[in-house]
Each structure stands twice: as C-alpha cells, then as structure tokens.
Design a protein around this ligand. Structure first.
Ligand code: FES
Length: 116
C-alpha cells in the first residue's frame, strides 16, 4: 500500500491543546504534539470504531470515549484494554507546514470511525 504526504495544518496554527483532528485524503487523522515532535494516528478505536479525538488526552495517552480503552499517542500502542494497536501515519514538517503520509487508497470500513 503506497502512501503520499498531504498537508495537514501550518505549524503556526497547530492548536495549543496540542491535538488536531482532520480528514486527510479521506482518512481520519488525529495529530498530537509532544516533546519529540508530532504524531499522527488513525482516529478510530480498534475496539468498536469510535472516534478517539473526542476522548480525553493526558500524559501522552488518549482514552476512548466509548468504552475507555487507552492508547499511547506516540506509538498507537493499546495500553488499557486488549485491542489492536492503532494505525500510525508518518509525519513531517516542510516549510512550516505539517504533512501526514496517508495511504493512496481510500480507507476501508475497517479504517473508518463511526460518527465521523
Ligand atoms: S470503541 Fe473504543 S473502547 Fe470500545
């Protein structure tokens, strides 16, 4: 599955809340910022497909608003619950613009959140 980098948001406009959700190339992306830079993950819980961007984020994790699974924002690893890890997308910054690499193919139902 090949990927291409698409524009997400200007670094200068990245919210102070340090998270930003958007649809990029048809993919639901949740981007976050930490000490090491930006992370981007598929904004879809691997349990029952809830949007994660509406969940509570703290200490580098996000808690799914539906049933409470927790995932590491930097790695997508499921650390609270027995679910698959999240799909991560590569991120880069070019000329002050944050770009995310998403697959060229449109997401399947298994990649899309409910209520998105
Ligand atoms: S949908 Fe996320 S924990 Fe159930």
């Amino acid at each position: 599955m090949s990927e291409r980098y698409l524009s997400l948001i200007a670094e200068a406009d990245f919210p102070e809340s340090e998270s930003y959700a958007a649809v990029v190339g048809g993919w639901y992306v949740l981007a976050t910022k930490d000490d090491k830079g930006y992370n981007a993950l598929n904004d879809r819980c691997t349990h029952a497909a809830s949007l994660l961007s509406t969940g509570r984020m703290r200490r580098g994790t996000v808690m799914c608003p539906l049933h409470g699974a927790r995932f590491e924002l930097a790695s997508g690893k499921c650390i609270g619950g027995a679910y698959r890890d999240l799909r991560m997308f590569p991120v880069r910054v070019v000329d002050g613009q944050i770009e995310v690499a998403v697959p060229e193919e449109k997401p399947s139902m298994a990649d899309l959140p409910i209520g998105g």
